[in-house]
Ligand binder design. Structure first.
Ligand SMILES: Cc1cc2nc3c(=O)[nH]c(=O)nc-3n(C[C@H](O)[C@H](O)[C@H](O)COP(=O)(O)OP(=O)(O)OC[C@H]3O[C@@H](n4cnc5c(N)ncnc54)[C@H](O)[C@@H]3O)c2cc1C
Length: 452
């Protein structure tokens, strides 16, 4: 089994790693955080900003960024919900406008913080591969404008192909605000800042159980005087199976190529380096890296029953073959490009495609998870939310419906596998051009927006 720290481009090319030693004895802290991905790291960082005297311990089973935070595509959206249209469906128009404003403020602050993490605010292109996608792009632009976002714009076929030269493009929507980042540089930056503020980290230390305020880990127990925070996203059910009621763990897969030559770069254009997605439900997402490689991923995520999240799921030859094939269809002029990195990672998906928050053990444990493949921007907001909740401090963020309300539940197994199969099959047909079937229409009517 290829190790993720060698197969994931970001982790394999990580520089100046300052790994902390594992936990080797019992200790106390005001706050114990489980998981050193973006959620755990931002929470630690904001807790220290709000109350500098706090003693905080973070326990991580791998290295910081071992989960989705180190394995993602690094395409940063300003949207902290999944899309503005879905935010209206789930939370109403005025809440969607508030989320749009908060998302924009968040990305501005993130850009300032991450100026040395290869963060380029290129904006994002949502490319249309069919006439229906083009209609959807127009609708997205209109929805954004209705929420007060003025600088999205529609690109014609010629305009989008002048940006990136693919024969499949019929047009695109340009979505401002976001961009591309090296996610592991961001992980390392937050960790460095948190360490500077006095946060203590224990890496390669798996938490075995959390009993109220006691975090029992390999090597010792951390006793939290004030709060335990669970920041384990798609791994959360390993410690609390009942959280599966609200999320499903899925695996996304990614390839990264060798660096493009001058001639290959000339053949594709892409001078403005935007992050790209397309209009399908199971879309491809792609971007350039700092050293001119192409990262090519798919949102056609895989569910491994029953709710498996383990190293056996880190690679899927089937997904890698499909990714290579889809890349060649998009960019035939680069059909001999070699992809030299390939990996997968877990995401926690909710029925409303946005995170949820709550408590366990009578309030001793706080959690926030379920970013559904869209966590780079929204984990920063989640960190603020969790920090305010932990310290019982007021914030407008705590009033958000996303924080106060839970998503519609997922069924347990064996119904879960069956419903995943049925919904996936239905969505594939929509991607092939069919209208949504009765099942998708029913889910839409229930406010479960998979087909949107
Ligand atoms: C392949 C892929 C592509 C993606 N692409 C994008 C993208 O382009 N843009 C975007 O915005 N989002 C993307 N995402 C989603 C984004 O990466 C996640 O939403 C985000 O990283 C979640 O952060 P987190 O800290 O909540 O979870 P994680 O990063 O998964 O962190 C959880 C941490 O908890 C640790 N942990 C779990 N259990 C234990 C335990 N028992 N003891 C100790 N530690 C434990 C894990 O090792 C892990 O480090 C992608 C995700 C994947 C997998």
């Amino acid at each position: 089994m290829r190790d993720i720290e060698q197969s994931c481009f970001w982790l394999a090319t990580r520089q100046d790693v300052a790994e902390n030693p594992p936990l080797q004895s019992n200790c106390d802290a005001d706050i114990a955080i489980v998981g050193a991905g973006f959620t755990g790291l931002w929470t630690a960082f904001f807790l220290k900003q709000l109350e500098p005297g706090l003693d905080i311990v973070v326990v991580e089973q791998g290295v910081a960024g071992y989960g989705g935070s180190g394995r993602n595509a690094g395409i940063v959206s300003a949207c902290i919900d999944h899309s503005h249209a879905l935010a209206i469906t789930h939370f109403g128009r005025s809440e969607a406008a508030k989320l749009a404003r908060l998302g924009m403020e968040n990305i501005d602050e993130l850009a300032q913080f991450a100026s040395d993490c290869d963060f380029q605010r290129t904006g994002l292109l949502q490319v249309a591969l069919t006439a229906k996608h083009l209609e959807d792009c127009k609708e997205n632009m209109a929805v954004a404008e209705g929420l007060g976002i003025k600088d999205y714009r529609l690109l014609s076929q010629d305009e989008v192909r002048a940006e990136i030269n693919s024969p499949l493009y019929l047009g695109a929507g340009f979505v401002s605000g976001g961009g591309i980042i090296n996610p592991v540089k961001l992980v390392d930056k937050i960790k460095r800042e948190a360490t500077r503020l006095g946060v203590r980290f224990f890496e390669r230390t798996r938490v075995l159980a959390i009993d109220g305020s006691s975090v029992r880990a390999e090597g010792g127990t951390v006793k939290a005087r004030r709060q335990v925070i669970l920041a384990t996203d798609a791994y959360s059910h390993h410690l609390f199976p009942k959280l599966l009621f609200r999320f499903i763990p899925l695996y996304d897969y990614i390839l990264v190529s060798e660096p493009l030559t001058e001639a290959q770069r000339g053949a594709i254009g892409w001078h403005n380096r935007q992050g790209v997605t397309d209009g399908r439900t199971f879309f491809n997402y792609y971007r350039l890296t700092e050293d001119h490689r192409i990262l090519w991923g798919t949102s056609e995520a895989n569910y491994y029953p029953p709710n498996r999240v383990d190293q056996q799921c880190d690679h899927s030859e089937h997904h890698y073959a499909t990714l290579r094939e889809s890349f060649k269809r998009h960019f035939p002029q680069l059909s001999d490009l070699e992809f030299v990195y390939a990996w997968g990672g877990p995401i926690a998906s909710t029925t409303r495609l946005t995170p949820f928050f709550g408590t366990l053990a009578g309030g001793k444990i706080l959690y926030g998870l379920g970013y559904t493949g869209h966590g780079i921007g929204s984990t920063r907001v989640a960190g603020k939310i969790l920090a305010h909740l932990a310290l019982k401090l007021p914030s407008e963020l705590l009033e958000l419906k996303m924080v106060r309300e839970k998503p519609f539940p997922y069924p347990p197994e064996p119904l879960r596998s069956l419903s995943v199969k049925m919904v996936t099959h239905s969505l594939r047909r929509v991607d092939r051009g069919d209208n949504p079937n009765a099942l998708l229409r029913l889910l839409d009517a229930m406010g479960i927006g998979f087909s949107s």
